[in-house]
Ligand binder design. Structure first.
Ligand code: FE2
Ligand code: FE2
Length: 312
């Protein structure tokens, strides 16, 4: 039974921990600041990533080789922007930051987003690296967020996961076409895979003991699975798929299978670059952020017009 309280119930972190169940908390509850801040950080990062991913894919609405592909890319990019907006609303419901503030932070380079979206993507044969692998990885994480304790976040995930199902099919179809195409296409796909594979492995972040916010988020039910568990689930599903499409898994980073589990040699991955990216200091980050800032600037007149029309 869902009980909606007319008057906010003031809670401390211990009570939140005790009551932390899927979709347990909503704006009806008076959550401690620590929870509201942690949830805002998590949802804002997610929202930012949706937007920045869309920016990376946007040029392919034009560059796609056929009308069908253009339509599919156009639909996907619109979905991703929609996911971002939906998530900013869910983040806003925590009362820490407004949607406008979060969009501003993204344009000024303060807002953080997923590692994969800091790298440029310029060629058609790179597109399945995001549309199939990164969306597939995102889907692993997002499916678990349906059970997060902040109800508006979980609610947003119902729609988002539904649409992600289509994105992955779209990415897989591009990959299948390239993988069964000419030798040249197969070779370009392999090269793109080799370049993106380490970044995709880093998608889930470092091992749990090195992750800063994990403990609290798990305790209060915001996160339901650890980085390691998610990466494991992703590898179990996607490593065989990559092989099925004839992709050769690079020798580095070393990955071995033990008792049905894939173990990634973490020292083979470039964590220095990962942390540069995490603080928006990577050379490629500036390019992505500047393009976001330029768009923010270009549509300032729309925001101003809306603001003016809303004044009494
Ligand atoms: Fe999305
Ligand atoms: Fe997506």
């Amino acid at each position: 039974m869902i009980v909606h309280h007319k008057h906010p119930v003031v809670m401390n972190v211990e009570e939140v921990t005790e009551r932390a169940e899927p979709r347990a908390f909503s704006p009806h509850d008076d959550m401690p600041e620590e929870y509201r801040k942690a949830a805002t950080r998590m949802i804002q990062f997610h929202a930012n990533s949706e937007i920045m991913g869309a920016y990376l894919e946007r040029p392919f609405i034009r560059q796609a080789p056929s009308l069908d592909r253009k339509l599919a890319f156009s639909a996907k990019v619109q979905d991703e922007i929609g996911h971002g907006q939906l998530l900013y609303r869910a983040a806003e419901s925590l009362g820490i930051k407004t949607r406008a503030e979060m969009l501003d932070e993204l344009a000024t380079g303060e807002g953080k987003f997923l590692n994969c979206f800091h790298y440029p993507m310029t060629e058609w044969w790179e597109t399945p690296m995001i549309a199939f692998f990164v969306d597939g990885a995102a889907m692993r994480r997002q499916a678990t967020i349906k059970r997060t304790s902040w109800e508006p976040y979980a609610h947003a995930m119902d729609k988002i996961c539904f649409e992600e199902g289509f994105h992955i099919k779209h990415g897989e179809d591009i990959m299948r076409t390239l993988a069964t195409g000419s030798r040249r296409e197969q070779q370009l796909l392999q090269e793109a895979f080799e370049e993106w594979w380490p970044r995709i492995l880093q998608f889930f972040g470092p091992t749990d003991d090195r992750s800063t916010h994990h403990d609290f988020s798990e305790r209060v039910g915001l996160k339901t699975m650890s980085n390691d568990e998610l990466r494991q689930a992703f590898l179990n599903a996607y490593l065989p798929k990559a092989q099925k499409y004839g992709l050769e898994i690079p020798d580095e980073p070393r990955i071995r299978k033990e008792d049905g589990r894939y173990i990634v040699e973490e020292d083979d991955l470039d964590w220095e670059e990962f942390w540069e990216i995490a603080s928006n200091e990577y050379a490629g980050s500036h390019e992505q952020i500047d393009s976001r800032a330029a768009t923010q600037e270009a549509v300032a007149w729309v925001r101003n017009a809306i603001d003016r029309s809303e004044q009494p």
